[in-house]
Design a binder for this molecule. Structure first.
Ligand SMILES: [Zn+2]
Length: 297
C-alpha cells in the first residue's frame, strides 16, 4: 500500500534512504510537510499478522522487541524517568498506557500513586500484564474497546506507538476523545532529527521495517498535534536504560564491519550487568488539549 503522505496526503515524496539490507525499503520525505515515512506501507491485514503472535519476544528477525521480558529492570528505570517528568505537570490521577505491552509502565504508574490502566493489541501482552495487576488491562485499539467508550483519563501515555500508525490524525482524534480537559498526552517516538539518527544514516536503529511507518521530527510532530487540537507543553530527548551487552550489540551493528576490531569487553563478567542511561534517538512530547478560549482566539 502506497498512498502519498500519511500526515498531509501530499503526493510528492523525495527519497531519503534506500535500505537494501532490510527488505529493500525506501524511506521518503514529504515535500509539503517534511514528514519522513516508509514509502510502501503494510496493509492493515499485514500489520495485524505482524502483531498477532510473538511480537514481544522478537519472533522474526527484525520485527518486535528482542527478549522484552529479560529487560524488566531497564524498562522500569526508563518508565520511572517518564513518570518523574509527568509528575511535574500532573502528580496524580488516572492514566491509560496505550500499547502497554507487558504492563511495565502501568505497574510503575501504580507504584507512583496513579490509577493506571493499559490497552494493547497483543493477547500475549495482556495475559502477562494481568498477572501483575489484574483487572487493569484491555485488549484492542483505543476507540474500539466498548468498556472504554466515553471514559477520559488525565494522562494518556503512548511510548513507541505513533511511529507504527498509518493514520496518525485519526489516532490523535481518538486520544483527544479519551483525555480530560486538563489532561496530558505523552508520546515517545523516534526523532528523525536526533544526532543518533543523523550519525547513523541508513543504519539508524529506529528504521524497523515494515512496522515503523512514520519518522517524526519535533516540527512534524508539533504540526500533527496542532491539527488535532493539542498544544505541545514540552519536548524532551528520550533516554533509555540499557545493559552493556545490549548496547554494544547496537553499536556493533552501526559500525559493521569494523566492529570486529572492537574487543568483546561487554561480555566480561564484571561489565555484563552494567546498566547505562543513554539517548535512544527518540523524543518525549507532552501535549494537552488547547483550551476553547485559546482555540477561538
Ligand atoms: Zn506531508
Amino acid at each position: 500500500m502506497s498512498a502519498g503522505c500519511l500526515a498531509c496526503g501530499g503526493s510528492s515524496l523525495r527519497l531519503v534512504h534506500h535500505l537494501t539490507g532490510k527488505g529493500d525499503a525506501r524511506i521518503v520525505a514529504c515535500e509539503a510537510c517534511t514528514l519522513v515515512q516508509l514509502e510502501t506501507r503494510p496493509t492493515p491485514a499485514e500489520l495485524e499478522a505482524l502483531y498477532a503472535g510473538g511480537y514481544f519476544e522478537g519472533v522474526g528477525k527484525d520485527a518486535g522487541y528482542e527478549a522484552y521480558s529479560n529487560q524488566e529492570a531497564e524498562y522500569f528505570a526508563t518508565f520511572d524517568d517518564d513518570l518523574r517528568r509527568i509528575g511535574e505537570f500532573l502528580p496524580g490521577g488516572t492514566v491509560l498506557d496505550v500499547g502497554c505491552g507487558y504492563g511495565y509502565f502501568v505497574r510503575r504508574a501504580l507504584a507512583a500513586g496513579y490509577d493506571a490502566y493499559g490497552i494493547d493489541l497483543s493477547a500475549e501482552g495482556i495475559q502477562e500484564a494481568e498477572k501483575h495487576a489484574p483487572g487493569r488491562f484491555f485488549r484492542g485499539t483505543l476507540g474500539e474497546v466498548d468498556s472504554l467508550a466515553g471514559r477520559r483519563f488525565d494522562v494518556l501515555f503512548a511510548s513507541h506507538l505513533i511511529e507504527h500508525i498509518t493514520e496518525p490524525a485519526h489516532f490523535l482524534a481518538t486520544c483527544v476523545d479519551h483525555l480530560t480537559e486538563e489532561g496530558l498526552l505523552v508520546l515517545v517516538t523516534p526523532n528523525v532529527e536526533s544526532w543518533l539518527a543523523r550519525i547513523s544514516g541508513p543504519r539508524w536503529v529506529s528504521f524497523k521495517i515494515p512496522e515503523h511507518v512514520a519518522y517524526y521530527s519535533p516540527r512534524t510532530m508539533r504540526r500533527l498535534l496542532d491539527d488535532a487540537g493539542l498544544e505541545v507543553v514540552v519536548t524532551d530527548p528520550a533516554y533509555q536504560f540499557y545493559r552493556l551487552p545490549f548496547l554494544m550489540s547496537r553499536i556493533r551493528e552501526l559500525i559493521r564491519p569494523v566492529d570486529r576490531l572492537l574487543p568483546g569487553f561487554e561480555n566480561w563478567p564484571w561489565l555484563r550487568q552494567r546498566t547505562l542511561r543513554v539517548t535512544s534517538g527518540s523524543m518525549r512530547v507532552l501535549a494537552r488539549p488547547r483550551s476553547t478560549a485559546e482555540a477561538s482566539g
